[in-house]
Structures are given as C-alpha cells and as structure tokens.
Design a protein around this ligand. Structure first.
Ligand SMILES: Cc1cc2nc3c(=O)[nH]c(=O)nc-3n(C[C@H](O)[C@H](O)[C@H](O)COP(=O)(O)O)c2cc1C
Length: 213
C-alpha cells in the first residue's frame, strides 16, 4: 500500500510558470487568470472545497461549485438547512480550497461569510437546470435516508411542484458570499521550491507577500 501511494506522481511533468513579481494588485484578477487557465486543462475547475466549523468547533468540509466572483466576494450556493448552512449561520467564517491537479496549483481563501440578498439567491436557484432545481426542492440534505422509496416519493412531489411553480425558489436556497481576508496562490515546482504568494487585506487594501514553501 505504502509503495503504491509513493509511486503516484502528485504533479504533471510540465508545470506552468508562476512569476510572483509579475502579479496583479488584487487576488481576484490573479484568481480569474488561474481559473481560466485551469479551465483549459482540468475537469470542473470551479469545484472547490468549502470548509466550515460546526457548533463544537470541529471542522467540516465538502466540495461545492463556485457560482461567481464579484468584486471581493467568492459565491457558492446551498440550502440554509443543510449541515453547512447551519454551521455558517452559527459561525459565519469559511475557507475555500481549489486544487487543480493537472496544473500543480492550489488557491486557498479564508474569511467571513455573508448571505446574498434574497433575490440573488432566488436568481441563482432559477438559473439551475430543472433536475438541479428538483434536487434542491427535495431538501433534507445529509439527513439519514432509511428507505430509498422515500426519496422517490419526495423527488416526484418536488418535480411536480417545480413544474407548477416555475420561477419560484425555496426560501432555504442561499448564495453564501465569502469575502476573503487572505488568498494564497501555490504553484508546484519540480525543484521543490514551490512558489507561494499570499494576498492579505490590510486596512482595506491588498498586501502581497511571498511565503516559504
Ligand atoms: C463536484 C461536486 C460539486 C458539488 N456542488 C455542490 C453545490 O454546489 N452545492 C451543494 O449544496 N452541494 C454540492 N455538492 C455536494 C456536497 O459535496 C455535499 O455532499 C452536500 O452539499 C452536503 O454537505 P453538508 O452535509 O456538509 O451540508 C457537490 C459535490 C461534488 C462532488
């Protein structure tokens, strides 16, 4: 087992350059550059690990889809009644971690989380494909499913409701906005001197600093 794990490469042979001296003033600009670049090479570059903390202070994490980067906020969406929604209501801070394996790149953000205006969350919901709207309407995310037939019944009911009420979003569907206080860009390097650049918000402006690998 140990031999197998050690045998797998972590990074591709060819890695992109990362000149930390030639970077934009804001992490948003660099993030969008890296996201576009990843999108040319990686499946689901917009999939991101969202980490939250539960009421006992225990970390939790799961993958979600990035919905938007608007100004200084990174947006994701889920139900306010899901475990992550409940955790964010209690402790409105999160980390987002992108990993683009084919590029040897990681981006880490952390900071406070707010809830988008109700009409923004509703628009997020109505823009979802029909099957995703039904899925969101079913609700009860992460509750124990004792009988799969219960899910079939709930899905049929949700599908009917969505069809009869186009444009209506469940009140629980929520866009969460992460406003990072720091954003770190990490580029693997075969010489093991991985390039790391952190943007830190200081008095409302972004301050850049290199980090030891
Ligand atoms: C690629 C991928 C994308 C996902 N996107 C979302 C998403 O945008 N919103 C969401 O609620 N769950 C999404 N999920 C499911 C979550 O990872 C998770 O299973 C679910 O939200 C329940 O999480 P919770 O119990 O921590 O609330 C996605 C899973 C994967 C693998």
């Amino acid at each position: 087992m140990d031999r197998t794990l050690r045998g797998w490469p972590s990074f591709p042979e060819e890695l992109p350059e990362f000149d930390t001296e030639a970077t934009p003033a804001t992490p948003r600009e660099l993030f969008l550059d890296w996201l576009d670049e990843a999108g040319r090479h990686v499946l689901a570059p917009h999939a991101v690990t969202l980490s939250t903390v539960d009421a006992d202070g225990v970390p939790d994490a799961r993958v979600v889809i990035l919905k938007d980067v608007d100004g200084d906020t990174w947006a994701v969406a889920t139900s306010s009644e899901s475990p992550k929604g409940v955790q964010l209501a209690k402790n409105p801070f999160a980390a987002l971690t992108f990993f683009w394996p084919g590029r040897g790149r990681q981006v880490r953000l952390r900071g406070p989380v707010s809830v988008a205006a109700a009409e923004v969350s509703a628009a997020d919901f109505t823009a979802r494909p029909p099957a995703s709207r039904v899925e969101a309407f079913i609700g009860r995310q992460s509750q124990v499913l004792d009988d799969p037939a219960d899910l079939d019944r709930a899905a049929a009911e949700a599908a009917r409701w969505v069809e009869e009420n186009p444009g209506v979003a469940p009140e629980t569907w929520t866009r969460y906005l992460v406003t990072p206080s720091e954003v770190e860009f990490w580029q693997a390097s075969h010489d093991r001197r991985h390039r790391r650049l952190r943007y830190r918000r200081v008095d409302g402006s972004w301050h850049k600093e290199r980090l030891w690998p």
